[in-house]
Design a protein around this ligand. Sequence first.
Ligand code: MIG
Length: 812
Amino acid sequence: MNNKKNAAAPIGGSLNESLPAMDSWNKIPHGLLIQTAIATVEISVYDHAVIRTNIYRNQVKPGKVSYAVQAKPKGIAFEVTEESDRLVIKTEALQMHIEKNPVRFSYYNSAGRLLNTDDPAFGTSWIGTEVTTYKKMHSDEKYIGMGEKTGNLNRRGKAYTHWNTDKFGYAADADPLYLSTPFFIGLREGLCYGIFMDNPHKSVVSFGASNNRFMYYTASDGNMDSYFFGGPSVADIIAQYSSLTGTMEMPPLWSLGFQQCRYSYYPETEPLNAARTFREKDIPCDVIYLDIHYMDAYKVFTWHPQRFPDPKRLSETLRNLGFSLVVILDPGIKTEKGYAAYEEALEKDLFVKYPDGSVYEGQVWPGWSAFPDFTNPKAREWWAAQIKHLTDAGVEGFWNDMNEPAAWGQHLPDLIEFDFEGEGASHRKARNVYGMQMARATYEGGKNHLGKRPFVLTRAGFSGVQRYAAVWTGDNTSSDEHMLAGVRLVNAMGLAGIANAGYDIGGFAGECNATLFSRWIAIGAFSPFFRSHAMVNSRDSEPWTYGEEAEDISRNYIKLRYKLMPYLYSAFYEASQTGMPVQRSLAIDYTHDEKIFASAFQNQYLFGNAILVCPAESHKEYVKTYLPEGKWYDFLTDQKYEGNSEHLVEIHRETLPLYVKAGAILPMQSVVSNLKLKPETTLDIHLYEGAESAFTYYEDDGESYEHLQGKYYKRKITHKHAHRELHFAAAEGSLSSHFKEVRIFFHGFAGYKNTVRCNGAELPIHMEHISHMEPLSDFDPYHKPPKDRVVIMDINTVKVPFVNEAFSLVWG
Ligand code: MIG
């Protein structure tokens, strides 16, 4: 072995040093160890299409802690062959070429096609402690993903910084924002691959910004520890990344409903008034939030004695109205003598400190504050224990804010120190993971004290944050531009393993108006995390505060979301299994279709596997939509379209263009005012003619962890288009379905003879007219008469018992 490894020579200078020639190599468990004069390279085969390359300077003891990656190599078989000028690692899916002089890397798929290669001159290089990998950028190459990053679907030409930042009222193209996931997907010539740089230091990924030679990713210090994902599809790459960094757990069902937030509802009559108004106005809603004013002098784990004299009574009253209560938690703890949280954490030595051992203080809402070191397992345990103060008061959800961490001035000194699981790290290394570790501690506390699924929402995070929390996009602004930027942020987070994300509907900063709110809530109904929120000192922003028309529109779209709950819950289940996002950029299913990257279409996405959402600015009367290959149905009218086509669609305040993919299987239920209530026992399955498709239908109790012990109800439903058959595989799991019968709606089947058989027996057919929306009410005597209800006429339906055994419906 190379005995220079731990020598204390200083690293580099001010000029670039690249990885030089290979001095030696040898096999290690799961891979290879390569020595060069200046750095060591550890290559580990994690899976057939996942290879890790960890490169570190010989003088440096490599850090072992990764907050992002949980997986270990699977131990799959691979071959290593040595040629005169290179080594080749071969799995069944991937070939990695390691050139010997200098050491450079390229990846090929199993068919031998090049996926990605180092820039031959620079490969991996250092300037001082800064480490960079330079990659050849092909002329047709596109880049997608990157999580909470503004900008276009295709990232080419731009560079992004990872440094979690509190950015109030950020510009729609601002960077960096609150959360970092240094993971991108490259696309070229019908191929794709992914690269994740597992380094929490401040980093930059440049997709060819300001140069015409390469793309690169660079970290200010630490290892160049990266994972290459070979796909072959974007969905595979997301699954591969998720198998390393984890998937979200099934969230509590109530958190999939509409959530109403406000900075701030107080005193206690305010959240109650809001909750009661939702019920009076028949607008479904499941969650009310308390923002910082619920606390006594903004001190975490306290309640304001006058504003919230009896929080338990409040949460019970809310629960009786069908609401769950979520409260905000900021990390900064007021440094006040006699304040229990401060004294305890101080005594237990749990705060972030200066190198001389004194506690670091920064200013936030409570004034001078100390910050629990969430990279210290003891601090996480302590914080988790404090959550009991909240669960005892009936709180079911926890909203982690300011955890970038934010302090006035927004420049925490880099020398402050963190435990980093005992490894020790300065702010430079710990900042980007601080927020996700706060979410982790909050999640663990919530889970322990509730004894069921907590809901955790976080603003800051790093790769892997999806294991603990949903994410929202922070302090956006009330504008059309922000509404659409938010859609792209959520699309991009979905490409980076964060399936449960959303934005403040109506915009946090600024004042929303009726037209904008109407469109925003319609789009938001098709985002995974569905919450309206607004800044302190601004106009009211609940759905009824924008006039009757906006209220009607809000009610319609919120109700539509509740009707789609069986479909949505199943999409969440899929995300919990594979990481496939709920809100899916079209780059997942239509990766190599140029059109989806056009600025007019890049905001479009699939909600679940079959509903195409075409977000549009609120003031537009006409909007261009693009339907990718296949056949599509207008969701509200059933009008059929051939795909691969652009359409100029006339829209109104109440219309959001929505299409359903031919073949689709959409399970729906009756409307409930909140998800603590059960819908009627008929499950409606809307079936759309035109293509093969499959759907994994999933139910569980929506709150406990018993589904992990098999208490769920799951079955695969297959639309065998060519056989004119809808097949329900036998139900799996020990739970019985809530639904007793299933009613199938045959959309687009007009040309068929009208017989439907179930396991041989002919079923009676009922003709139904359906309407997914109520017409806007006739509230204005001076107004032109309200538009007619949009009705889909004469849909054949049949009903069958929802038995657990396999059954088939066949028509002809
Ligand atoms: O500096 O808690 O993004 O949602 O309402 C503002 C008050 C602090 C920022 C969050 C916002 C929240 C607000 N917080």
